[in-house]
Design a protein around this ligand. Structure first.
Ligand code: PSU
Ligand code: MN
Length: 304
């Protein structure tokens, strides 16, 4: 087993058996512009604490896999330039070569699982991109959900994706997609994608019970919790689609490919919506941190 570097706060929580919530770092380095990235990362951690759990922000710093960052490490990461974006494929090379990188949903799930953490809050997962039938661009996040047993709280798949194909893929992979408190699948900036979510649960304790049941059955893989953005912060689906369409066409003309696609689209949509997408992104991230902390707390209470 490789060495995990725990922050003091996380190490103490592990000893005491307190609930932990993993947080990813790609949203900090590639998902949001400074200074909002650092501010949101701090607020997400504070929200986890306010709701009874301990945050573990995950990243690779100079070849060390960190589970929980202290204040100065978080600041360094948020201000660093040219940080690698690490998915499942990249983690080992980065660690072996002493590199620094931010973890995507897939890589954060791997690291969290190594650390025994069962709940993870993010903004939106990666999925099947529009045009995937020719580009083959399908996020490694989906495969990870199929094999690593975490409950991942997101605000649905990002509306830049092909949502029907993303749902089909998740169904094929055997990943439960569970909308919280509504039938509709949320779409990141919007509460309603126009699609019905395959499953629905209404409380943190029901989600925790479903998690425990999967583990008890020996099912591999995790569950995806799609938590709708608070109504006051949402951008209705039809409103955001104009920005999405023009961001996608910019990506095509500029030949953006591979792991640059998602960060490029998020940044373009930020500009095209005059920052409104960022306000929504921050609100949904905090909302997910809150729910994840409550699920983690319920899970801890269920441990015999
Ligand atoms: N959610 C956000 N902002 C982000 C991401 C998610 O609100 O930047 C990141 C996550 O780390 C996710 C990644 O795993 O985007 C997906 O990238 P790709 O499509 O290249 O797999
Ligand atoms: Mn991709």
């Amino acid at each position: 087993m490789i060495t995990l570097h725990f922050s003091d706060e996380v190490a103490q929580a592990r000893r005491a058996g307190h609930p932990l919530v993993a947080l990813e770092s790609t949203i900090i380095t590639h998902g949001m512009p400074a200074p909002h990235n650092l501010d949101t990362a701090r607020r997400a951690e504070a929200t986890v604490r306010d709701n009874g759990a301990v945050p573990a922000t995950i990243a690779v710093l100079e070849g060390r896999l960190h589970i929980g960052l202290d204040a100065s490490q978080l600041e360094q990461l948020a201000q660093a330039k040219d940080v690698a974006k690490l998915s499942r494929a990249d983690l080992a090379v980065c660690l072996a070569t002493g590199g620094t990188g931010a973890t995507t949903v897939a890589a954060t799930m791997i690291a969290a699982h190594l650390a025994g953490i069962e709940v993870f809050a993010t903004g939106g997962i990666g999925g099947v991109h529009r045009g995937a039938e020719s580009s083959f661009d399908v996020s490694a996040d989906l495969q990870e959900l199929a094999q690593t047993p975490l409950t991942v709280v997101c605000a649905g798949a990002k509306a830049i994706l092909d949502l029907p194909k993303t749902l089909e893929m998740l169904e094929t992979l055997g990943v439960p997609v569970i909308a919280v408190g509504q039938n509709a699948l949320p779409a990141f900036w919007s509460r309603d994608s126009g699609l019905t979510a395959p499953l629905r649960l209404d409380t943190a304790s029901a989600i925790a019970r479903a998690h425990r049941t999967r583990v008890a059955m020996g099912l591999s893989g995790g569950q995806l919790i799609a938590n709708p953005i608070p109504a006051e912060d949402e951008i209705p689906y039809d409103d955001i689609q104009k920005a999405v369409a023009s961001a996608l066409s910019d990506a095509r003309t500029q030949g953006i490919a591979g792991k640059d696609v998602t960060p490029f689209l998020l940044a373009r949509i930020h500009d095209l919506t005059a920052g409104r997408s960022l306000t929504a992104n921050i609100a949904l991230m905090l909302n997910n941190a809150r729910l994840a902390a409550r699920i983690a707390t319920q899970l801890t209470g269920m441990k015999e």
